[in-house]
Write a protein that binds this ligand. Structure first.
Ligand SMILES: [Zn+2]
Length: 337
């Protein structure tokens, strides 16, 4: 393979995209089958959703394999559309599961993950001035999503930045790219400069940096997802990536241009959000409703995440500050010097 010329998806040897349906607004999810020993799947679709399981079985057959031959599953991040079927597939095939340790609580179902998450989110939303009935509905959406998460299974191998992942007869390296979620780990082939980007980079939609505890095991401290995400976007922009095989939609062949566009989008959105403070201090919820007055109910959480991410960004730039009053955070614009 010529390493300076552009590369397309079909030129990556022994790697096949399998698009699986999901019950989520995002639509289909991309999983990738890497041939060789062990036969490996990168991401695996939601659990408790038979159309995805059927499609996966059929895709294996179309490529000349039986699902039972699966030897390993690499999971880019814990979201149900990417990790949900892991437990079922591991039980049926004996496949190993490789992922970042931050994704483990979602897979081994150890302890009270969902309870802790509910408490963490509820406290954060209350501080953001979110009305109780909206909180209730967001928790109902979480509860609905929960069924598509993996049944209990064991992560057999932890992946961190720089670790080796043999895939399709060649060596890939793990890149740790927190932002969209805190446990995002993406296989990268450094000679070809091809990235299996999970939801770190998507072609048709901006990847949302979602509110999450720093680590699902100790979610008491809030991470700043958009700041993390922008840092990782800048890092990946400097790597000369020739092809990103994404978690949803089509591959990205001009990665540098796409990242520049995304960074510009966050810059403009931050300015737009700052302008909401011309008339005085506001809560997270007030600004979210001003920006997204018609947000569909299942997407309220994402809208709130997006706005809070930009508050963090503006705060880090010294343009916004936070003041707690009776347990509710009011954000103030800092006058420019
Ligand atoms: Zn995701």
């Amino acid at each position: 393979m010529n390493e300076t010329e552009p590369i397309t998806e079909t030129q990556v040897p022994h790697l096949y995209r399998i698009e699986l349906p999901t019950p989520f607004p995002v639509g289909n999810v991309n999983c990738y089958l890497a041939e060789g020993k062990p036969l490996t799947l990168i991401d695996c679709g939601p659990d408790s959703f038979e159309p995805a399981y059927r499609k996966l079985t059929a895709a294996f057959e179309a490529l000349g394999y039986d699902l039972g031959e699966l030897g390993r599953i690499v999971i880019t991040h814990h979201h149900a559309d990417h990790s949900g079927m892991a437990g079922r597939l591991a039980a049926e095939t004996g496949a190993e599961i490789w992922t970042h340790e931050y994704n483990v609580p979602w897979l081994d179902r150890d302890g009270d993950l969902w309870g802790r998450r509910t408490r963490f989110m509820t406290a954060l939303w209350r501080q953001g001035g979110v009305p109780e009935q909206v909180i209730e509905r967001m928790l109902m959406v979480f509860e609905w999503v929960r069924q598509f998460y993996s049944r209990r299974c064991e992560v057999t191998h932890f992946l961190q930045e720089g670790d080796t992942i043999p895939l399709g007869g060649t060596v890939w390296k793990a890149l740790y790219l927190p932002g969209h979620t805190v446990g995002m780990i993406c296989p990268y082939q450094p000679e070809w400069r091809v990235l299996l980007s999970g939801d770190h980079l998507l072609k048709h939609i901006t990847s949302n940096a979602l509110i999450e505890g720093h680590d699902a095991r100790t979610p008491d401290e809030r991470r700043k997802p958009l700041l993390q995400y922008i840092e990782q976007l800048k890092r990946t922009a400097g790597m000369g990536i020739r092809l990103a095989l994404t978690g949803h939609g089509e591959p990205i062949e001009n990665v540098g241009d796409l990242i520049a566009e995304r960074l510009e989008f966050y810059r403009q959105r931050a300015d737009e959000i700052l302008s909401a403070f011309e008339d005085g201090p506001h809560t997270l919820y007030e600004v979210t409703m001003r920006l997204f007055p018609h947000v569909p109910e299942p997407e309220t959480f994402m809208a709130i995440s997006e706005v809070l991410g930009h508050f963090d960004l503006l705060e880090s730039e010294g343009r916004l500050r936070r003041e707690l009053r009776d347990g509710v955070a009011y954000w103030h614009k800092i006058p420019e010097a």
